[in-house]
Design a protein around this ligand. Sequence first.
Ligand code: ADP
Length: 229
Amino acid sequence: MQKSLSLILTKSTGEINPDQEKFLKIADSNLGRLFRLINDILDISKLEANKLELNISAFNLNEVVQEVVSSLYNWAKEKGINLESKLTPAEIIVHADKDRIIQVITNLLGNAIKFTPQGGKISAEVIPLAKAEGIYPGECIQVDVSDTGIGIEQKDLTRIFNKFEQVSLVQPSGIGGTGLGLAICKEIIELHKGKIWAQSKIGEESKFSFIIPKEIKKEAQDGQSTGQV
Ligand code: ADP
């Protein structure tokens, strides 16, 4: 459906009048929403049934963050937001599920763009840690996504990681959400034996951070299938 709409919208199939273009754009945008909603519901169902398995490989996290930032750059630019990555020049190799980590970073940066007004700033930073007290005993990596957006009240900072929680009083214009994104991020990060959390000053800024082990040790991975850590 998306491909067909795109062929008409890009006028590959011939001219369309402004009204037709307007309604086709609405259909295209709603199709996008439906697509995200279905994917989110499928992910949540898989997670609830313990059927989401990590596909672990080694990759450079700096490169992945840069890729996600580049893919969202135009959206931020259109909204008049400055989006940047703060990366060390050295490679940061992690053993994790690359597609799922891309999903988490895309969701956090997407939210930052949605909830930051024009003129705002967003950054994604990758910080290597020797260990993460109370999270994982070995080498870890922290990723921070900071924005100068509308912020989140202290009382809601944990609640937003629950399913279908949408707490902002101002609904973002454009792309609507499902309230499932952060719940999925939390499950994915916890499957990696990591932790995700948010800090914020209402009306000023939000910072979403997650920590994952550089490489999940064998015992911790085994714990994943038995439910033990
Ligand atoms: P969605 O974005 O689809 O609504 P999420 O689970 O990703 O769902 O986010 C849940 C809620 O958390 C959002 O609806 C919003 O109220 C709040 N939120 C998430 N990220 C931010 C952010 N960067 N700034 C302000 N509020 C946020």
